[in-house]
Design a protein around this ligand. Sequence first.
Ligand code: G6P
Length: 611
Amino acid sequence: MCGIVGYIGDKKAFPIIINGLKRLEYRGYDSAGIALVNEETLTYKCKGKVSDLENFVKGKNINGNIGMGHTRWATHGEPNDVNAHPQISQNGYFTIIHNGIIENYSRLKKKLIDRGYKFESDTDTEVLANLIEYIYLKGKVNAEIAVRLALTKVIGAYGLVITCKEEKDKIIAARKGSPLVIGVGKGEYFLASDATPIVEHTKSVIYLNDDDVAILKKDELILKTISNNRLTPKIQKIDLEIGKIDKNGFEHFMLKEIFEQPRAINDTFRGRVNVDFSTIHLGGLYNVIPKLADAKRIIIIGCGTSWHAGLVGEYLFEDLARIPVEVEYASEFRYRKPIINSDDIIIAISQSGETADTLAAIKLAKEAGATVLGICNVVGSSIPRYTDAGVYTHAGPEIGVASTKAFTAQVTVLTMMALVLAEKRNTLTEKDKLKLIKELTEIPGIIEKILKNSEDYKKIAELYKDASNFLYLGRGYLFPVALEGALKLKEISYIHAEGYPAAEMKHGPIALIDQNMPVVVIATKDKSYEKIVSNIQEVKARNGIVIAVVSEGDTVIKSMADHVLEIPDTYEALSPLTTVIPLQLLSYYIAVMRGCNVDQPRNLAKSVTVE
Ligand code: G6P
């Protein structure tokens, strides 16, 4: 939520910051703004996207070798020009951009009003700017001390970039709860919410930790804690190619990412799965495998699509490894006094590794003494750093706000984990284990085949793009896929959609079915096949429109459904990896035909760093 970029060095800051903001726009696109340090600090900001900001500054002075930029996902105050960042303190001493939430802002604001401060915006960020300025002027301290003292009074989350008009040679950055990365160049430093704006300039980065404050001059970096303890910066090399964060000829990032899934899944199991020896090696879990195999219970936590992957994980762990699993929304788990035992294993799933609710749930579980594992996509993000051990998905940067390749990569990791545990616990025969391992390595090829049929999806999308509601049904392993299909559709096309376990339909959703209601049924051949055929009949008996995802060659469902989307058969445990692809494509084409902004759907953001 909110993307922030900063630059200090000898180059022109404007293009570096604008390009950086474009890479971070997936984090929010309600407004954009930039500040450039000159004799006077130049600040330009407006409601809308980074491209609107570019138009806005045309013909204006954009000089400066030091600057900051922001792309906003609104929390406090509606998206408008005034609430856009940067925010400037009342007397113009401090310019600041912020990602996060200052929870005690109204109390701080009241105190500042009592001391004569007036506010222009509705943002919590302006409160912080004025608080820093107040301390700076009242305490006659330097900018760094003013920032650190102000932050001791703040409750909430922040990634901050700050400049002071009386100390023009430096940028101050601080982090608590919201990510911030420093790029280390030669005689220059970069700052960003994640490494994607930095990677085209330098591969050397420093991930800030909570309570870190960095004071950057073009040739000096001082890192300390809020309470003024000096820290040694840990410079890491990142392995992120610029090509991976471009559209590579696709119309949208989402489509590119859907088509990347064979590669993403392959990269996720490559080097970990050995078909010849029927083994799976997950290096990141090496030390915790015995504990995991003895677990009385696994609790999986996540949000959004990652939670859906967690539901697939429940089926996998219980089916293959016979370990009881509970799957929780991180936001519910953290607030409902969960009973956590020290021998519980918590698995946190997150593409970004920064989701605020998931992070908070992890902290809670760790405090209760549980072992916490992470399944994350973004290397160096917060969740891998807070968890005891984990496995990275190697999906590569996911920019489309609606998650696609991250989901299949997460399910791939969960499948590998379940198979490792099944071996340790002796819950699968050697033959079955080998069959599953072998077929897991064939999944990328199967997805390639499904992706070749995009024309079929376009035709169905054309027919139903104007529907007001969709219902998605699945059973067993395919129930979470139904939820994910419905989420994809509503996220990007704004059509209301619900996912349901097919058998539950008769306890409510069946009342909605009429001749206008498309019902997407995921009905590949598995042990519930006969049952789901009956569910399809129930829909047809009420004149509903059935769009069924079926196994290649299926004739039974073909004779009753309005449309079938045939896909190659797989083992049931692997079917979420393939059946989700038609649903992603269908949502994508419907959203495009409705003229929606697929990569940046309204009101959403990719990395949800507020609770
Ligand atoms: C947002 C995104 C979703 C994502 C969810 C969880 O809602 O739009 O695509 O599934 O956050 O994010 P995470 O990074 O923790 O997987």
